[in-house]
Design a protein around this ligand. Structure first.
Ligand code: MN
Length: 239
């Protein structure tokens, strides 16, 4: 397994409220996009990732990975919610969380919000997550395409995020991996400006580090209207 990650505040936003987690030793990778005034967005995204990391570093082989991952995300939700309740300056903060746990030839995914996971396999880029947003619902219903959603005026309206309530519904799935698969986790700052065609072109021709850099550069070339975060993981066969 190899991995690369990059986060950039973009060219418009005053601060970077995105965060990522890259723990090659645990096989744990995640992105989070925080929301809230002042520094609250940053607090929410970093706190969620710290709780996730802490929980999964105590992961066991006794329990199903998907269950453990779901519980870790539930704990992250609770932590963000508690701080939001108890600290007036952070009231109403929230974050997206898209997390992957890779164990042997499996990728376990947990997801809340509108960050995304994709898998790039043999030249095909497949979306693994559904956006928990107003436009995400429209895509699901077939009313608009993912490309059209990039330009929708209400594209930033989330209908699910971590930290809003004491409990949150978490989407999970398990993906069997084939050597050569590349997992891409990213925040909306990437996919709203970089088309899936461009992502494919970059992923097919470059090393992970180069690809991460080029994806972010491409978003910046398009004006970098939002924070941009990318995590790439290459699954390789062990010998
Ligand atoms: Mn964003």
């Amino acid at each position: 397994m190899k991995a690369a990650a990059l986060s950039h505040k973009g060219l418009v936003r005053p601060r970077n409220e995105d965060a990522y987690l890259l723990r090659l030793d645990l096989g744990v990778f995640a992105v989070a996009d925080g929301l809230g005034g002042h520094r609250s967005g940053e607090v929410a995204s970093h706190l969620a990732l710290r709780v996730l990391e802490e929980r999964l570093s105590r992961g066991t082989l006794q329990e199903p990975p998907l269950q453990q991952l779901k519980e870790a995300v539930a704990s992250a939700n609770e932590a963000v919610y508690q701080v939001s309740l108890s600290q007036p300056e952070h009231r109403g903060m929230a974050t997206t969380l898209t997390a992957a746990w890779m164990i042997e030839d499996r990728c376990y995914l947990a997801h809340v919000g509108d960050s995304r996971a994709y898998i790039f396999r043999q030249g095909i880029l497949e979306t693994l997550t559904t956006d928990h947003s107003y436009v995400g619902d429209l895509i699901q219903k077939g009313d608009i395409t993912r490309e059209e959603a990039r330009f929708h005026p209400l594209r930033n309206l989330l209908n699910r995020a971590l930290g809003i309530e004491g409990a949150v519904e978490v989407d999970t799935r398990e993906i069997p991996l084939t050597p050569g698969d590349v997992l891409l986790l990213c925040t909306d700052g990437l996919y709203e400006v970089v088309s899936e065609g461009e992502m494919k072109t970059i992923l097919s021709a470059h090393s992970l580090d180069e690809a991460a850099r080029l994806l972010v550069e491409n978003a910046l070339d398009k004006g970098g209207p939002d924070n941009i975060t990318v995590v790439l993981v290459l699954y390789e066969e062990k010998d």
